[in-house]
Design a protein around this ligand. Sequence first.
Ligand code: BG6
Ligand code: MG
Length: 211
Amino acid sequence: MKFDAVIFDLDGVICYTDEYHYQAWKAMADSIGVYFDREINNRLRGVSRMASLEIVLERASGKFSQAEKEELAEQKNELYKKLLANMSPADLSEEVKSTLDELRSRGYRLAIGSSSRNTPFILRQIGLGDYFDAVSDGNNISRSKPDPEVFEKAARMLCIEPERCLVVEDAVSGAEAAHRGGMKAACVGDASQAGAGDYNLKSVKDLLEIL
Ligand code: BG6
Ligand code: MG
């Protein structure tokens, strides 16, 4: 076995929160008269909340103080959390759940490595609150992807060497973070299309072919 552990990004890999992020950022941007569209939303994938806000504010004409920025990020997050409250175990696809179960039965340790500070809430909503062996997320890091911190911490929580961990990512910044942390990356979605991974997969279940 080449790997002992698989570290999964959350948003865009385990579940799909893109639309909720989009709606919440759009409402916040509209409230201050700043243009925002789905193309800009795509640039926020894998990026921390405050770094995302900076991208959203690129289109703003005026300047915002740090306190104002924090208020805007909070405003977005409050709406985002209201939308997340609609999520349920039905938002966890059968494909993802059966892939996770199969990997576990093959003996892999399974972890989450996500930039999101809402990770514990999302995992509970989709019925995976107690599922993973380790959860490293936006609450325990000070540097966002492409910095490797979130994955390094996940590997440390599992007590497994980075080179024995495979990261699963949908964001190019996430694949870069894995590589900078000395890990291999299996990509799906955007990152797969960009060829950013060591393995570029069509979907999560293809992990069963490489592990
Ligand atoms: C990442 C998402 O998982 O989490 C980003 O891909 C998001 O789009 C980031 O900005 C931070 O999320 P949160 O939930 O802490 O605002
Ligand atoms: Mg992602």
